[in-house]
Ligand binder design. Structure first.
Ligand code: CS2
Ligand code: MG
Length: 398
């Protein structure tokens, strides 16, 4: 047990697509988090004004520090707070020698059910890929497939691994999108998956922010016979009231949240029961402290969690979600896309897969170890997500 510890420094190191942020204490207990994902690189803010606000503070004053950043929100990218918060919970767990979930009320379940990401160049390939996940014990699978007539479509994984990495070029590449082609195709894809693989598992699909509310209602209705676990990001989530229109047309469950940073981004969606799953990403939504508030609000309205867990959220961001997932009441499911090499070389994740679930170790703190020496072999590379254009060149949501 470390008492009377103070934050002494904040350090940053860039690797591949990630930046390691270390909050160091005067007792040598450090908290780590990775700045990851397609957003702004907030390292200068962490090494600048954030450091001014943190050095000399007691890292266990997590709530007060969270509010300090809340009060200064205009100075910071909304993700800065989340990164700092996760690193502070890492220190808190290490300071008391306990895994973070034991500081959050302990385990409420044996493991965290995850969903896998099946995809393919056509329906047959996608069905075969989904079968592969089921054979390896997954209880839930998301299906995405190339839409006939479109060169590239969101969600098509390269190769036979587990991970889909959408960010590619040094600058955003143009992709062509056609909503009608997509709406004609997805019901056929989902029908084939159910026909071939049955109803003994959860089936998910990500519409990735591309439909109008009415188109989303149409898709939801068309998929009702196939008992979807959810349709994700059916329409851009910023327009919360738009979900009333989707609800008027379909009972297919709706999941939203990966683009959110605060409880205010989803308050209406949750309190009006316009969604069934809230999908915030812990490091991007105010960290463990604020995400737990979002989940508590969701619990009040019967909304369950479905935390965002793609390859561009680091293993520390995933582990932070797992500590919440295993301890909260209204857990629904956890996204897990795993990570591309070299992540598996430089990270020891502190969680393991077994029988369709992830299981946390009892390592103190968040529980992820990072090999700084190995990471030096992977210099930073800038990568951008693509953008979408309609056939007439108009910009469209990617
Ligand atoms: C997606 C992500 O996993 C998902 O649900 O929406 O792949 C998303 O496209 C990326 O995280 C964007 O950075
Ligand atoms: Mg998504």
């Amino acid at each position: 047990m470390v008492a009377d510890v103070k934050i002494a420094d904040i350090r940053a190191a860039r690797h591949d697509r990630l930046t390691l942020i270390t909050i160091a204490t005067d007792e040598g207990v450090d908290g780590e988090i990775f700045v990851s994902g397609p957003g702004v690189d907030v390292t200068p803010q962490l090494l600048g004004p954030a450091k001014d606000l943190l050095v000399g503070r007691d890292p266990l004053d997590i709530g007060a520090i969270w509010h300090t950043f809340r009060e200064r929100a205009r100075m910071f990218d909304p993700t800065v707070q989340g990164y700092v918060d996760v690193a502070l919970w890492d220190i808190a767990g290490k300071a008391v020698g306990r895994p973070v979930y034991q500081l959050l009320g302990g385990a409420a379940r044996d493991g965290v059910t995850i969903y896998g990401h099946a995809s393919g160049a056509d329906i047959a390939e996608t069905v075969a890929d989904a079968a592969r996940f089921l054979q390896s014990g997954y209880r839930a699978v998301r299906v995405q497939a190339k839409v006939p007539g479109l060169e590239s479509t969101y969600g098509l994984r390269a190769g036979t691994g587990l991970t889909y990495e959408p960010a590619g070029g040094d600058l955003p590449a143009d992709e062509v999108w056609d909503t009608e082609a997509y709406l004609d195709f997805v019901p056929k894809l989902v029908a084939a998956v159910r026909d071939e693989l049955g109803y003994g598992f959860h089936l998910l699909h990500d519409a990735h922010h591309r439909l109008t509310p009415l188109e989303a209602g149409r898709l939801g209705k068309a998929l009702e016979p196939y008992r979807m676990f959810w349709i994700e990001d059916a329409t851009p989530a910023e327009d919360q009231a738009a979900f009333r229109l989707i609800r008027q047309h379909t009972v297919t469950p709706l999941a939203v949240g990966e683009v959110f940073n605060t409880i205010w981004d989803c308050q209406q969606l949750i309190s009006e029961r316009l969604i069934d799953y809230i999908r915030t990403a812990v490091p991007h939504a105010g960290g463990i402290t604020h995400t737990r508030r979002i989940f508590d609000l969701a619990d009040l309205y019967g909304v369950r969690t479905g935390s965002h867990g793609p390859g561009d959220v680091s293993p520390i961001g995933i582990a932070a979600a797992l500590h919440l997932d295993v301890s909260i009441a209204n857990f629904g499911i956890q996204e897990y896309m795993s990570h591309l090499e070299p992540a598996n070389e430089v990270f020891t994740p502190g969680y393991r897969y077994a029988d369709g679930m992830l299981h946390l170790s009892d390592e103190p703190g968040i529980g992820v170890r990072f090999d700084k020496q190995a990471a030096k072999r992977y210099p930073y590379q800038r990568r951008y997500l693509p953008v979408n254009r309609l056939r007439d060149g108009s910009m469209h949501n990617w």
